[in-house]
Write a new protein. Structure first.
Length: 368
């Protein structure tokens, strides 16, 4: 271990960090969600051609949608509206009213368990069917039909929706993490980023072993065992991890449940669960939420400082990656070499979620 890493392994002098190191913590928080300007257009970067992959995606934290609240949102290049009825259930619909097209996320209100449009008070249930029109004797049959509705699940303190471009019903269930329901684990510490990128770039990052050294400043190239199985991807990465006390052997268990829901469990330094939820907004814009939880006992114990530092380091890693992702271009026939890690296997697994490419011109997998 050299002197630099023995003192503080978190400050390895990687190239991208020079862009960020002078920011104050407040500036960094603002930078994470600020618009990216001056980056090449989505068309030039090939993100325009990548479909939104199907799966479960977080659209908000559960506590961001109170009973009786209506919330406008935009994901998958679509305007959406979420509300929580008096029964406590969260519901999501396409935002435009089928009467005269008002956006129900702005001025809409909850009436019982129904969503009331702000324009003429048509009231919708969670299936997108109009149940009441206060001034009409008859509800037009077409208005009664379900449409524009989203499957919603609530788990791990998030509201999730099922996205499929062809309206296929959910193909698996949202994963539930026992730590998030245990009173022995602390409430989430939350971070968020907007990334001007396609989701595939971020997902590919864990299979890209060489970048850990150059972007994140790890002392060595990590080793990884990744198993792809249906919609699941299970990875075990063993890496030297940065702590204020230098490099420590860390184990990172990284599980993906489709493209929109992941968990990362860190051990070796401190027990930490990261629930990672990244949702496409546009073809070149992602909303990324990282929610960390740790055992309460650890947070006030002798390892508290190290546990805190671990979270800080993971967040810093995302900051570092963001510099690359915001401007990265999709290379369809990735020119990979033998030390790159299982990028080809990753892509073969990931392309199953691109429904719109089935039976046709899916991009080729990486060579090598
Ligand atoms: S536009 Fe929604 S009720 Fe008329
Ligand atoms: Fe990374």
């Amino acid at each position: 271990m050299d002197q630099q890493s023995a003192q503080d392994a978190r400050t390895a002098p990687v190239a991208v960090w020079s862009i960020l190191e002078k920011m104050t913590p407040e500036q960094k928080v603002a930078w994470r969600i600020a618009d990216v300007t001056g980056n090449p257009a989505s068309k030039e970067r090939g993100t325009e051609d990548l479909p939104f992959p199907y799966g479960w995606y977080a659209v908000c934290y559960s506590d961001e949608l109170a009973v009786g609240q209506v919330k406008p949102m935009r994901y998958f290049a679509r305007e959406l509206v979420a509300w929580r009825g008096e029964d406590g259930q969260a519901r999501v619909l396409d935002a435009y009213c089928k009467h005269l097209g008002a956006h129900m996320g702005h001025g809409g209100k909850v009436n019982g368990n129904l969503l009331e449009c702000p324009f003429h008070a048509w009231r919708y249930d969670g299936t997108g069917s109009v149940k009441e029109i206060p001034y009409a004797r008859v509800i037009p049959p077409q208005a009664k039909r379900s449409c524009g509705n989203w499957h919603v699940a609530e788990a791990n303190g998030f509201v999730w929706v099922w996205y499929h471009p062809e309206g296929v019903e959910p193909m698996w269930e949202v994963e539930r993490f026992p730590e998030t329901e245990s009173s022995d684990w602390a409430p989430y510490e939350r971070y968020e980023w907007h990334v001007a990128s396609a989701l595939q770039f971020i997902a590919e990052n864990t299979a890209d072993l060489a970048h850990f050294k150059y972007v994140h400043g790890t002392a060595t190239y990590p080793t990884a065992k990744i198993v792809f199985n249906g919609h699941l991807r299970n990875g075990l990465v063993e890496a030297k991890m940065g702590t204020p006390r230098g490099e420590v052997d860390g184990k990172i268990v990284n599980d993906s449940f489709g493209p929109g829901q992941s968990s990362v469990r860190f051990s070796g330094i401190s027990e930490t669960l990261l629930v990672a939820a990244i949702t496409p907004v546009e073809k070149d814009l992602l909303h990324s939420r990282f929610a960390f939880t740790q055992p309460k006992a650890q947070m006030s114990g002798p390892m508290a400082g190290v546990a805190k530092a671990l979270i800080k380091d993971i967040v810093k890693q995302f900051d570092q990656d963001k510099i690359i992702w915001d401007r990265q271009r999709f290379v369809e026939r990735a020119l990979v070499c033998d030390g790159d890690g299982p990028i080809g296997d990753f892509r073969r697994w990931y392309y199953q979620f691109y429904a719109e490419w089935k039976g046709g011109n899916k991009p080729l997998t990486a060579e090598g």
